[in-house]
Design a protein around this ligand. Structure first.
Ligand code: KE4
Length: 435
């Protein structure tokens, strides 16, 4: 008997009257998996509850920020206490210094950091900074990587564009789009070839050091080091978009994990503790080009917002505790090894990728190395699997082209429940396959 989703459907029809597609972000609309989207009423720890009272074990975690689960008492208390002192002053505060110090301390390449309000804003600002420093126009990105919805980046991007099959977004000035050069992820030869030809015109290369927006696509050994080498030689800046990986795969992010330091790092998600935050940082030499020290302008009414800073400070204190990343590794390994046993037992073709507590299962027999191989996935099977999981009380990202996230607060029992739910959902989804 399928679960009751009447209130979600009722709210969705109302929402569609007043919001585009009834949502404030496209991927939430469930277009890639079918059915009306769930409307969430509350969440606690590893669980979310929808407006029909259905409860789910959650592996989306608000798309990455909630590494300590929903409504963590210490984060809620930090926000509540700060709110009683006021929500925003549009002036400097001590809490923003405290978060900046934590970021500078943790992230190897960052000496100076500017807070903004989203990952998109962080990336937009980083690109402007790189173009301002170098006086060059071109940027290089990788197909399937998503860096927010800034105009220069919505060219062959991942995440919602991939889920909705939008290769090129209308509304972007063609003279700007032409300055964005796309390459296949993990392909060092094509990077070297492009920089041989056009390196002198390239302001920056931006990369998700671990692809997270075409599903999880890890960097091949040597890929990131090669990007560092090529950009250095060409006088271009290397930008790591660590909006997902920052504080996710280690306290120092992917740059710490892989030992490659970019010129600019973009952050978001986790450092906001569930509130709207983005940040970009680098060496003092790079960051002093930013206004008011330098002439590259960037500003924001709510940048460094005290509530978000308070939440971020609490989150980074929690993450700095001994053994947190080992715990995330154990929980994630247990889940992904169990999922692999399920597909093997059912004879379903699937590939698994994982770096720490970000992971994906791809319904394809091709080794996952870039966007092309990801596109070979059976997204219909994924849609049936997604909906089967919902029926079994498990909520994963409503798209094959998104990452799964483990939190510190998912219990071993919940991971076992998830594995049983996945076995049932796979069996049902495959059954339809056989038909
Ligand atoms: P926001 O502007 O959404 O805060 O961040 C943009 C962004 C930048 N860089 C990376 C690597 C990102 O993953 C994101 C945003 N991630 C998506 C999910 N993959 C946000 C979810 C959504 O668009 O609704």
């Amino acid at each position: 008997m399928s679960m009751n989703r009447n209130n979600s459907s009722r709210l969705f029809s109302i929402a569609q009257k007043v919001m585009p597609g009834g949502v404030n972000s496209p991927v939430r609309a469930f277009n890639a998996v079918g059915g009306d989207p769930l409307f969430i009423k509350s969440a606690k720890g590893s669980r979310i509850t929808d407006v029909d009272g259905n409860e789910f074990i959650d592996y989306v975690g608000s798309w990455g920020p909630l590494i300590f689960g929903h409504a963590h008492p210490q984060i809620v208390s930090a926000i509540t206490q700060q709110a009683q002192l006021g929500t925003s002053y549009g002036a400097s505060t001590e809490v923003e210094i405290q978060l900046a110090e934590k970021v500078v301390q943790a992230v190897p390449s960052v000496e100076v950091v500017r807070m903004v309000n989203s990952g998109t804003e962080a990336v937009m600002s980083a690109l402007r900074l790189a173009r301002g420093i170098t006086g060059r126009d071109k940027i290089v990105k990788f197909e399937g990587c998503y860096h927010g919805h800034g105009d220069s980046l919505l060219v062959k991007a991942g995440s919602g564009l991939a889920s909705l099959g939008i290769p090129e977004c209308p509304g972007i000035v063609s003279s700007l789009a032409e300055k964005t050069l796309n390459l296949p992820y993990n392909n060092v030869d094509q990077v070297r070839e492009l920089f041989e030809k056009e390196g002198k015109e390239i302001a920056a290369l931006i990369v998700e050091p671990i692809g997270g927006n075409m599903g999880v696509v890890p960097p091949k050994p040597g890929f990131l080091a090669a990007l560092r080498d090529v950009t250095q030689n060409a006088g271009a800046l290397l930008i790591f978009d660590e909006v997902i990986t920052g504080f996710r795969v280690s306290l120092g992010g992917a740059q710490k994990l892989f030992g490659v330091n970019p010129d600019i790092t973009c952050l978001g998600k986790i450092i906001g503790g569930g509130l709207p935050v983005g940040a970009y940082g680098g060496s003092r030499e790079v960051m002093d080009h930013i206004s008011p020290v330098g002439s590259v302008y960037q500003a924001g009414t709510l940048s460094g917002n005290p509530l978000a800073m308070a939440a971020g400070n609490e989150m980074l204190d929690l993450l700095s505790q001994e053994g947190i990343y080992e715990t995330l590794e154990q929980k994630s390994a247990k889940l992904c090894e169990g999922l692999k046993k399920n597909v093997d037992a059912l004879g379903i073709q699937a590939q698994f990728t994982r770096v720490g507590s970000m992971f994906s299962m791809f319904f394809t027999d091709q080794e996952i190395v870039d966007f092309e191989t990801v596109k070979s996935c059976d997204t219909d099977l994924f849609g049936r699997y997604f909906n089967g999981l919902l029926e079994e009380g498990v909520y994963v990202a409503p798209s094959q082209f998104e990452a799964g996230f483990m939190s510190v607060v998912h219990s071993d029992e919940e991971i076992s429940l998830t594995l049983e739910a996945s076995r049932k959902a796979l069996t049902a989804a495959r059954g339809q396959l056989v038909e």
